[in-house]
Design a protein around this ligand. Structure first.
Ligand code: TYD
Length: 206
């Protein structure tokens, strides 16, 4: 979908910082953009987010988890993404369907086909035009971040899980190469920002 841009990466790659920098860039340059995030981003979707990330919900099945992400996605699309795109805005979404491919499809082992079927129902035609992937292997990302967040059910899943998630992103990129803007965040955060802006200019988004 034109002007729908998503940002993806495993934990600790500096995604939040880059999203913030992009937001500041848009503001400074008078670019009419909406910034939002998944899971959550609107009232009902935030309630679903709380259920998903609650560390007391340890017994949640992988299938249930995948459906809840897809449900939150459908709601957030309706509430935030579609109205903004219809108003001619650029929409930047922090995580979207590729997180489900990577985390539920490969991390949890449900398979990419399962995630595709489920999400086709949830999102219809609303695939991102471009997806920025911050590409850092999990062992490097965790080192930078200083370990996992013990209050987050997803982050308590262990290193092996995050390696699978990273592999999941790599497989997803292989399946849809032209959509992805792969950026290695190994330089300073300002260098990474410049790379992202340059790529978005080249694609005609900025
Ligand atoms: P959040 O605290 O927003 O993480 P981050 O700052 O890393 O974006 O938590 C979102 C968590 O949900 C994160 O661990 C990734 C996970 N997730 C999925 O497993 N599947 C999905 O479809 C989405 C959108 C997120």
């Amino acid at each position: 979908m034109k002007n729908f841009i998503t940002i993806e990466g495993t934990e600790g790659v500096g995604k939040s910082t880059q999203v913030r920098f992009l937001q500041e860039y848009c503001k400074k340059n008078g670019i009419d953009a909406v910034f939002t995030r998944e899971p959550g981003g609107s009232k009902v979707a935030e309630k679903i987010r709380e259920i998903i990330l609650d560390k007391n919900n340890g017994e949640m099945s992988d299938v249930c988890e995948a459906f809840l992400y897809a449900a939150a996605r459908a709601q957030h699309l309706k509430d935030i993404v579609i109205p903004a795109l219809n108003e001619g805005k650029i929409v930047f979404c922090d995580r979207y369907i590729d997180s489900s491919y990577a985390y539920q499809g490969v991390g949890r082992g449900l398979g990419l086909d399962f995630v595709k079927k489920l999400n086709d129902l949830a999102i219809g035609d609303y695939m991102p035009q471009y997806t920025v992937f911050l590409d850092l292997p999990p062992e490097q990302a965790f080192k930078r971040k200083g370990g996992a967040d013990e209050n987050d059910r997803l982050e308590m899943s262990g290193n092996e899980f995050f390696q699978k998630v990273y592999d999941g992103y790599k497989q997803t990129i292989q399946n849809d190469k032209s959509r992805f803007i792969v950026v290695s965040p190994t330089g300073t955060k300002f260098e990474t920002h410049d790379k992202i802006v340059a790529a978005l200019k080249e694609k005609g988004i900025f």
